[in-house]
Design a protein around this ligand. Structure first.
Ligand SMILES: CCCCCCCCCCCCCCCC(=O)SCCNC(=O)CCNC(=O)[C@H](O)C(C)(C)COP(=O)(O)OP(=O)(O)OC[C@H]1O[C@@H](n2cnc3c(N)ncnc32)[C@H](O)[C@@H]1OP(=O)(O)O
Length: 217
């Protein structure tokens, strides 16, 4: 590790071993990355938003490459395994601190499913101000996986996921997402989902998640 680099937190590695699937049990934290990790995630998202719409001069591109390379070197020095990175385990942050997901906030989990507010950003642009269809599927996959986890109190993987795009999914607009388990049949968890902009249905999901066997990858 380079001088001055912060030691990554691997303190939970012993008590939270990874045994196939995603993890043996849900590793959650509100501390990894420090109290300002959410601001860091937001800066990364803003970087992607700005980059998506920027047309830098060649000189500015040169300058940005140097600055970004310096930042990437700093991040490389504190690389850690997926099970212990803040991204994906910080349950206090939008999308559990995972900057690769469209940011969402889970507002309720009850017998009717998982309710979340999801906001597609500039960097999720598909075209003409609409969210990219693949990004809509990403949101459904993660929040569908969440509903599956709640239904079976365990880990599952997506076997199939289909999306019906009913109307334009707007960017930079808090949207209401609901995912729920329609049926559990052995290891098969049939998940449905909707994304609404107010009263308007943007997209619907129909998915099958399979509960992983112990140790299954
Ligand atoms: C606790 C609360 C806190 C929650 C707070 C944290 C929340 C945290 C949320 C994280 C949410 C992340 C969500 C990301 C989820 C991914 O993105 S996973 C990544 C994408 N998916 C994959 O990579 C999966 C790749 N495929 C595979 O690994 C395997 O095909 C599978 C899906 C595991 C199934 O294989 P398998 O275990 O060998 O199962 P197999 O015996 O073939 O099939 C079992 C049954 O399912 C059926 N089946 C399998 N595949 C299909 C299919 N494609 N179509 C129809 N039927 C099928 C079979 O016919 C069989 O049916 P039955 O004969 O039992 O009736």
């Amino acid at each position: 590790m380079s001088d001055g680099a912060v030691s990554p937190d691997t303190s939970t590695e012993i008590e939270d071993p990874h045994e196939g699937g995603f993890r043996a049990h849900t590793a959650i934290t509100t501390e990894r990355g420090g109290p300002r990790y959410g601001e860091f995630s937001e800066q990364v998202r803003t970087l992607m938003d700005r980059a998506r719409y920027a047309c830098p001069t060649p000189e500015l591109t040169d300058e940005l490459i140097d600055q970004l390379a310096a930042i990437n070197d700093k991040l490389a020095a504190v690389r850690i395994d997926e099970w212990h990175s803040p991204a994906g385990t910080r349950i206090d942050l939008p999308a559990r601190g995972n900057i690769t997901l469209p940011p969402f906030e889970v507002t309720d989990v009850n017998d009717d499913g998982v309710f979340a507010t999801v906001t597609f950003r500039d960097f999720h642009l598909g075209g003409n101000k609409a969210a990219h269809g693949g990004q809509v599927a990403v949101a459904f996959d993660d929040l569908g996986g969440y509903a599956s986890a709640v239904a079976i109190q365990g880990v599952s993987r997506t076997a199939y996921l289909t999306v019906q795009y009913r109307s334009i999914t707007p960017l930079n607009t808090p949207l209401q997402c609901r995912t729920w388990a329609e049926k559990v049949d052995g290891r098969k968890v049939f998940i449905k989902g909707t994304i609404h902009d107010g009263d308007r249905l943007c997209a619907e999901m129909d998915a099958l998640f399979i509960k992983l066997n112990p140790g299954q990858q």
